[in-house]
Design a protein around this ligand. Structure first.
Ligand code: IPT
Length: 985
């Protein structure tokens, strides 16, 4: 006899592919200005069970004693709550693999199930209100709304089961008016971590069960609107907007700013200011129906596919976008309004103009913010079945008709909820779900319901269902081919615009190559921009590690720190990648010739003129500004340029490096940044740097105590190693070619191209041995000859250190000659490293203030900068090479006031890095908490660094950013200085 047919008898709905039962049809998300609502957020009673059917439904009834239950915060994920010892289980991170057997629609018997209870009384005026409900029996007089529950819930109110639903990041509503009581209401929600819906929610992120968005009780008065659709288009030829608001319940629509007062369903055309992400003009309006007034913010804009281009209001646009997952390091995907606003403000301040809501519709309030501050949105449906790739996409739900109702339900819940947002210009069917009839059905439904927007889905390489050709992680060469229309593909695709919906994988240090992509995006009309992967690292705040990533919770399967691949650190501090992106996509291009004193200014906005910006100049001598002023720039229209004359240089300084820095700044306060905020900048040379000469005037001499003296320095006579410069002790100065591989150096295992990190390690670049061959004293130099090579290989770098001095200064010339077959290898870095004790502060003239590498250096501004050693570190969640300052002319490092500092000048400009641990320690660390500062500060002075690329999910560094192994000579000049005294902490 079989008595167990499904994983959970009594909970059959869990494995049912249908979207649910008992819920109301989807509709627009809005806040009524006069119909009451009651937030049920807060502390809820909570009981966790190991399986879906461990407990019966007695808890949902009146009078149940839940006194012994725990409490959780709603919105929230239970695995991120409870006591520190993971009282309620732990988060699981997998990229695309399902953390359970692939046996659709079955889910594990072990199915963490959270019973939630909320007791509430109605506010005093509600009983009377409810009596005047939307229908005679009061059924619809109140609606209970869940904005997001992962992954499946059954709901009871006062002991009556309302229904079940799936679709975690979508709203679900029940009519509850007839069940409400003035006092003592019991809302019971049983939430299952795993359900058939989990197969559709295989996004690359933490699996986080719980009621993670708001729960709200909405009074629905008789004659309330239910659903409405705002159609607000813009005719750019006429300068007019056409408005029609369709509403389930007839009423009037009032737009005071436009003198509009018309009936719902009526079409009206009037002159308007259009909405764009650059000029987010919204008209306050009210929809008045017999039962309520609904405030609206209307943006007039028209999205069209025309001449093979995505156009808004008649003009093609260029997306400078990011992929945004919802993330908070303590609350997971339960974001509060201020965190959402912070995301939007950070985007606007970093010149980001678009968001793909990867890979599900965000909290609806986020879209209100996008409307208000101005961001283009690709709204993506809550759908990903990526794990089916493990079985060659066999049984993929999107190609199985049984699942189509669930897919259509998800499409409808997204479109209906978000249809009134001007910021949403494209609907996306989902992400990484292979191909199949279900996707076509979704596209057809969406097109039928809303013909005013375009449809996106990256997996549709033939563009069968979509209006835009979209790809992820295409390399630069392919993007160029696509731009030139040489990429082939079916006729339909060839006529469509291209967007790079994911590119520039921002995992760890990087992404590299952004500027090269942007040049291609700007060069080809067909390419309408891209969306960097991704906005924020999903690190989980953790006592043990600072921020935890995959594997830190003992998951059976996990994908490590692949979940930390954002432009923001988990605490929302911008990473160098975001600063680079800001510079690369800046909306004003400035170029020119500092000697001639002319700067060519081009408006790179798609819609706005330059009237919101002011322009300033600074004249810099050896990195220090000696004069500033403003520039008068015409309010150029989008795409227009003007040549603007710079003033006469304020000083005439020969023989020093001089340059202009021109900045475009906000002329006044905006909603997203204050007056003076820098939007774009450029530096133009007047006179280049002269490299310093050191004439060899001193003779090295044995000091009779085992040392060799030369100018300010003492060396070991036995090893030829530098011991002191002036009063400063130096240790272990030698050639260094190793860096702690970045995530992008390591590359993803599936990458077909050469992965540098693993090759470096295989060759042994991290364990180079230095064999001393000779210490030679001559009339004017100390020469130390070495052979630097890894065990087990016949590859080597013959390295000669030649030391000379003019008295106060000590010059080191390093010559490196490769031996053996290095032709397939490039080096992580090439330079010297040395140890200093008691060094805390650094001052330098070069790129700053932040780190830069060969293909991430756009945002490094030349100037004089200073920092503590600790502040030079970039806190990548998984420690790796970081913190290099580029284009350094000279650097001084010392303890600070009243102590001597070591000054280093480069023969050529160099890369400067200083840290309290070695590269080997950095390499060995898995979390920031593994890094323990030692007494020595390790300083790297690099002649070269390899670029970063984006191979953790995309292409590696472009060839021009590799550091090939070839005969090389470079030099540094050391001296002792007291100038660091000028730095006062
Ligand atoms: C791509 C996914 O769409 C995205 O969700 C994320 O996983 C990203 O990669 C990597 O961080 S899929 C990629 C493996 C082609």
């Amino acid at each position: 006899m079989s008595f167990r047919t499904t994983g959970s008898p009594g909970a059959d709905y869990v494995e049912d592919v249908s979207p649910g039962s008992g819920t109301l049809p989807p509709r627009a998300w809005y806040a009524s200005s006069d119909a009451a609502s009651l937030s049920l957020n807060g502390s809820w009673r909570f009981r966790l069970s190991a399986t879906a059917d461990a407990e019966d439904d007695a808890f949902a009834g009146q009078g149940y004693d839940s006194g012994g239950w725990a409490e959780v915060a709603v919105p929230g994920h239970w695995v991120l709550q409870g006591s520190g010892d993971r009282e309620f289980g732990a988060p699981i991170y997998t990229n695309h693999r399902y953390p359970f057997p692939v046996d659709p629609p079955r889910v594990p018997t072990e199915n963490p199930t959270g019973d939630h209870l909320r007791f509430f009384d109605l506010p005093d005026d509600w009983p009377t209100l409810l009596a005047k409900g939307a229908d005679a029996d009061g059924t619809d007089s109140a609606v209970l709304r869940f904005d997001g529950v992962e992954s499946c819930a059954r709901v009871w109110l006062n002991g009556t089961v309302l229904g079940e639903f799936k679709g975690s990041r979508l709203p679900h509503e029940f009519a509850v008016g007839h069940l409400l009581r003035p006092t003592g209401n019991v809302l019971a929600v049983r939430v299952h971590q795993w359900s058939a819906g989990s197969y559709l929610e295989d996004q690359d992120q933490w699996w986080l069960p719980g009621i993670f968005r708001d729960v709200t009780l909405l009074h629905r008065p008789a004659g309330s609107a239910r659903d409405f659709f705002v159609h607000a288009s813009y005719d750019h030829r006429e300068g007019t907007g056409t408005l029609r608001v369709d509403s389930d319940v007839e009423g009037r629509i009032l737009v005071p700013g436009l003198d509009i007062d018309v009936e719902t369903g009526q079409v009206i055309t009037v002159p308007v200011r259009p909405w764009t992400a650059e000029t987010p003009y919204l008209y306050d309006a009210v929809l008045v129906v017999p039962g309520e007034r609904i405030p609206l913010r209307i943006g007039f804009r028209t999205v069209a596919l025309e001449d093979g281009l995505i156009k808004v209001n008649g003009r093609p646009l260029l997306f400078k976008g990011v992929n945004r997952h919802e993330w908070h390091p303590e609350h997971g995907r339960a974001l509060d309004l201020e965190t959402m606003r912070e995301d939007v403000l950070l985007m606007k301040r970093h010149n980001v103009n678009a968001v793909r809501t990867s890979h599900y519709p965000p909290h609806p309030a986020f879209l209100d913010l996008c409307d208000e501050y101005g961001l283009w949105v690709i709204d993506e449906c809550d759908l990903e079945t990526h794990g089916f790739t493990e079985q060659g996409w066999r049984d993929n739900p999107v190609d199985d008709d049984r699942w189509t109702p669930a897919l259509l339900d998800r499409a409808a819940r997204m479109v209906e909820r978000d249809k009134n947002h001007p910021s949403v210009v494209i609907w996306s069917l989902g992400n990484e779900a292979g191909t199949g009839r279900g996707l076509t059905a979704m596209a057809e439904w969406i097109r039928g319901r809303d013909g005013s927007r375009l449809i996106h889905y990256e997996g549709d390489w033939n563009c069968r269902d979509t209006d835009v050709y979209s790809r992820m992680y295409a390399d630069h060469a392919e993007v160029d081919r696509i731009g030139r229309g040489l990429d082939g593909g079916p006729v339909k695709r060839r006529q469509l615009p291209f967007i790079h919906c994911e590119y520039a994988h921002a995992m760890g240090n990087g992404p590299g190559g952004l500027a090269d992509y942007q040049r291609l995006f700007e060069a080809h009309d067909r390419i309408q921009g891209g969306f960097v992967w991704e906005w924020i690292d999903h690190g989980v705040k953790d006592e043990r590690y600072g921020f935890a990533y995959g594997g830190d919770f003992g998951e059976e399967l996990h994908d490590g720190n692949f979940v930390c691949d954002g432009l923001l650190f988990p605490d929302r501090t911008p990473s160098p990648g975001l600063l680079e992106y800001k510079k690369v996509v800046e909306p004003v291009r400035m170029e020119g010739d500092g000697v001639e004193g002319v700067v060519r200014i081009t408006n790179r906005y798609d819609f706005a003129d330059l009237s919101a910006l002011a322009f300033t100049w600074s004249y810099d001598v050896d990195g220090e500004s000696v004069g500033t002023g403003t520039l008068t720039v015409p309010a150029l229209a989008p795409g227009d340029s003007a040549d603007v004359k710079l003033p006469e240089p304020p000083v005439d300084v020969r023989g020093t490096e001089t340059r202009w820095t021109v900045r475009a700044v906000l002329a006044g306060d905006t909603a997203w940044a204050p007056k003076g905020h820098v939007v774009a900048w450029v530096q133009l040379w007047c006179a280049p740097r002269q490299s310093i000469g050191v004439t060899a005037r001193r003779r090295p001499a044995l000091d009779g105590r085992g040392g060799i003296t030369l100018g300010p320095a003492v060396f070991s006579a036995r090893t030829g190693e530098l011991v002191t410069v002036g009063g400063i002790d130096v240790s272990d100065l030698k050639l260094d070619v190793w860096r702690a591989p970045t995530d992008n150096d390591e590359g993803a295992p599936w990458q077909p191209d050469l992965r540098h990190g693993p090759l470096w390690r295989k060759l042994g670049l991290h364990r180079m041995q230095h064999r001393l061959e000779a210490v030679e004293l001559s009339d004017d130099a100390l020469t130390v000859r070495t052979r630097v090579a890894p065990a087990a290989a016949d590859l080597a770098l013959r390295t000669v250190y030649r030391w000379t001095s003019d008295g106060p200064r000590l010059k080191l010339t390093v010559s490196v000659t490769p031996e053996g077959d290095w032709h397939q290898v490039s080096l992580p870095r090439l330079g010297i490293r040395l140890g200093l004790t008691a060094a805390d502060r650094v001052r330098w003239h070069g790129g700053g203030p932040g780190e830069a590498y060969p293909d991430t250096g756009s945002a490094a501004m030349l100037g004089r900068w200073e920092s503590t050693v600790d502040d030079l570190q970039t806190p990548y969640v998984r420690p790796q090479e970081n913190g290099a300052r580029a284009g350094v002319r000279w650097a001084e490092i010392g303890r600070g006031p009243d102590f001597p500092a070591l000054r280093v000048e480069g023969g050529a400009e160099f890369w400067f890095t200083a840290r309290r641990w070695t590269s080997e320690q950095l390499d060995a660390a898995n979390h920031l908490t593994d890094l323990t500062p030692g007494d020595t500060v390790w300083v790297n002075l690099d002649h070269g660094q390899q670029g970063i690329g984006s191979q953790s999910c995309g292409p590696g560094p472009l060839p021009q950013y590799l550091l090939p192994v070839r005969p090389t000579e470079f030099s540094f000049v050391f001296s002792e200085t007291n100038e660091i005294n000028e730095i006062n902490g």
